[in-house]
Design a protein around this ligand. Structure first.
Ligand SMILES: [Zn+2]
Length: 252
């Protein structure tokens, strides 16, 4: 039996100035995208984070009312490690996020507020590859991000957010691509060799969460290497982060 090598990955386009990362939970970006973010902020780009929930249902031994503050503080610290100063929390309910108009409305507002060219979200396929099942909030969040990016550009959708109609925003149709990190259908990647350590430190900033999960002997560096090395082999670098790319234009 011969094993087929996984196909090579294409370098991501880095000709942009503003990116917004929109994910379901604190810690999602640190499980695969933070080193890429560190690279981009190091290039002088602006990157902002949006947490749809505060991950308040994420620690078994900690009541959501207390957990919320712990996880928000860890996310803000984790973001600072990779050069991100803006972290918004939308306050939707952790664990029971529903794909639908309400979720799209909340995400469209944040896209209109921050006006990015690139939107980064997490993998929203059914699995992470093989038999590792994805989680319901991730799937709802990613699908809603794709739709809300289009909604943000349409002045007739969620019009109450716009100036003169009760809000203080303008339509924003400037998002060129949505990138889903960690997708099993990744076609692209970014070299994270120089910023890999920052990515590890960013994940380590979620100390209460990692301890709360109780993973015996689990090592953040080892875990991230397990993704970054094979991805790097497909890009021709030591380390890399994989992304599935969705074009928001027509016919390209
Ligand atoms: Zn998550």
């Amino acid at each position: 039996m011969t094993e087929t090598a996984p196909p090579p990955l294409t370098p991501l386009d880095e000709a942009w100035e503003r990116a917004l990362c929109i994910v379901a939970h604190p810690d999602d970006l640190e499980f695969g995208a933070a080193a890429a973010v560190a690279r981009w902020t190091g290039q002088g780009k602006w990157v902002g984070y949006v947490m749809i929930t505060s991950g308040e249902a994420g620690i078994d031994g900690l009541h959501p009312q207390e957990c919320r503050a712990v996880r928000e503080a860890e996310q803000v610290a984790s973001a600072q490690v990779v050069g991100v100063d803006t972290v918004d929390f939308l306050g939707l309910p952790d664990g029971v996020l529903e794909y639908g108009v309400d979720l799209r409305r909340a995400i469209a507002a944040t896209v209109r507020r921050h006006r990015p060219e690139i939107v980064v979200t997490g993998n929203f396929r059914d699995t992470f590859g093989g038999r590792s099942l994805n989680q319901a909030d991730h799937i709802a969040a990613g699908r809603a991000v794709l739709d809300a990016v289009r909604d943000a550009g349409n002045r007739w959708v969620f019009g109450e957010q716009l100036t003169g109609q009760g809000g203080d925003l303008e339509p924003w149709g400037g998002v060129r691509e949505v990138w889903a990190f960690g997708s099993p259908d990744a076609t692209h990647a970014v070299d994270t060799t120089a910023t890999f350590d920052a990515g590890v430190a960013s994940l380590e900033a979620h100390a209460a969460y990692i301890e709360g999960r109780g993973w015996e002997g689990w090592d953040p560096r080892e875990f991230l290497e397990g993704i970054a090395r094979p991805t790097g082999q497909r890009l021709g670098t030591a380390y890399a982060a994989p992304f599935e790319v969705f074009s928001m234009g027509w016919g390209d």
